[in-house]
Design a protein. Structure first.
Length: 477
């Protein structure tokens, strides 16, 4: 049994702004199920909910600050969560990265530097907890200074650093280095310095024993200028230590046979229930109820990364095809406006819901025939996995985790029973509309379509799979 300290700036269901929280709330549980002693450490934000209030453990002094450690648990589990309690930084309204008005915290560097110092004290068993980590598993730039600071320690734990999205790096002016009172021996081009600036993520990349990211294809992509954001050279240099491991999904929450949000539950053997969900969704969204018209779904942030501009450039042609389109999402205001305009002009074809609604998200996953996910880049992605589990065939661009989790429906993959979706290469509207037309041909061949649905629903996207790969990685180091 290993003692694993899992450091994250957010953890579902305590607080969540994105996919990192889902991983931090699921992977430690899966590791605990494999018999490991896992503790999560995260800041004690004012906005934390869904857990018992933290019990006071001790006070640790770092960088002239007295910081309390509190203890709670992940809901419905025995996994301990240690909350780093420093009210001047964390007991304020807002989310982990933005204040109430949606502006980035002015002191965000100080906040996460303090968090990293406490991570080190806990990992080294200097926090009066009588618990010393074998492995410190850090996630994203907010924890990047911890492996760097640990590199200066004798007999330190082994370190793993996971990149959830290379686009976020924690870059600060060079002057922040002395303001944060960081050790001088870490400030050099092989260390925390990045073109005269201070880079938090570089601490994780340069000093960790192993680097992981959330899919094998993304692990290759971040070693190129297009996806590496200036750090591709360092990642290529460390490629022996770099591994891609696909995130799992919560198969208890996303399960068409027991999902409480659905009008009808169903399984791969009883796909009639899926038809009933489609009819209920068409009715709910004010679309004509028609079993033989394929319903396309899309759920996501309306930003360029997600390829929503490609969808907008296809919509005019899509309205001429025998299909319906249901979208749920929010983001760029001009994109929201253009989508709403299409829904107003083509109420029989297009239904747009701006915002986020968990219930509707489940109903779109279950009620759609086909799911659009034409991302420009996608480190892992979750909706393509939810879709397959619900027998909803995803159309994806061949990038990152989308390339690793969806098998294109070609004559060979249809014949050998592995086909589970449709993929295309170019980030262009022409390539997307071609994939959409290809899906229409397959949809109108019921025998083949049902086989692709069953292939998709048979795939195992559980965390158990991913946790076993992380455990093997911990064993290596």
């Amino acid at each position: 049994m290993k003692k694993i300290l899992f450091a994250s700036s957010e953890t579902h269901p305590l607080i969540k702004t994105g996919g990192l929280a889902d991983v931090a709330g699921s992977l430690p549980l899966a590791l605990a199920d494999l018999g490991q002693d896992v503790r999560i450490i995260m800041p004690n934000y004012q906005a934390i909910k869904n857990c018992e209030p933290g019990r006071y453990l001790c006070t640790v002094r770092v960088n002239n600050c007295d910081v309390n450690l509190l203890e709670t648990r992940l809901p419905d589990s025995n996994v301990i969560v240690w909350l780093v309690d420093y009210p001047p930084f964390f007991n304020v309204p807002g989310n982990p990265y933005l204040d109430e008005a949606g502006r980035p915290w002015a002191n965000i560097g100080e906040r996460f530097a303090l968090f990293c110092r406490i991570i080190v004290e806990v990992a080294m068993n200097r926090a009066y907890l009588d618990w010393r980590a074998d492995i410190l598993h850090c996630n994203d730039w907010q924890t990047g200074l911890a492996p760097a600071l640990l590199s200066l320690e004798q007999e330190r734990p082994a370190t793993v650093f996971t990149i959830h999205n290379m686009a976020y790096q924690g870059l600060f002016p060079g002057s922040a280095y002395s303001q944060l009172n960081l050790p001088g021996q870490l400030l050099h081009p092989e260390g925390l310095e990045f073109h005269g600036m201070l880079s938090f993520i570089k601490g994780g990349l340069a000093y960790s024993d192993r680097i992981t990211t959330v899919s094998p294809t993304y692990a290759q992509e971040i070693q190129t200028p297009e996806f590496g954001y200036g750090l591709e050279g360092l990642l290529a240099h460390k490629q022996q230590q770099l591994r891609g491991i696909i995130n799992g999904i919560d198969t208890t929450v996303w399960d068409p046979s027991s999902d409480n949000y659905l009008a009808h539950n169903y399984t791969a053997d009883k796909l009639e229930g899926k038809q009933a969900n489609k009819a209920a969704l068409q009715q709910e969204l004010g679309l004509p109820v028609a079993a033989d018209v394929p319903l396309f779904g899309l759920i996501g942030r309306l930003v360029e990364q997600k390829g929503i501009d490609l969808v907008l450039n296809c919509l005019a042609e899509m309205t001429t095809l025998p299909l319906q389109f249901a979208l749920l999402g929010s983001g760029d205001k001009s994109i929201e406006y253009r989508l709403q305009e299409f829904a107003r002009l083509y109420p029989e074809k297009v239904a747009v819901t701006i915002g986020y609604d968990e219930r509707l998200a489940h109903r779109i996953e279950a009620g759609s025939d086909i799911f659009l996910m034409p991302s420009r880049f996608e480190p892992c992605g979750l909706n393509q996995m939810y879709s397959q589990r619900y027998g909803t065939i995803p159309i994806v661009r061949r990038t990152g985790g989308l390339a690793d989790t969806v098998v294109d429906s070609l004559p060979e993959s249809i014949a050998n029973g592995t086909a589970s979706g449709i993929s295309f290469n170019d980030a262009s509207a022409a390539a997307l509309i071609e994939a959409i037309k290809r899906s229409l041909v397959l949809f109108h061949n019921p025998k083949i379509w049902r086989q692709i649905q069953r292939n998709a629903m048979a795939k195992d996207f559980s965390w158990k799979n991913s946790a076993a790969q992380y455990l093997a990685l911990y064993d290596e180091i």
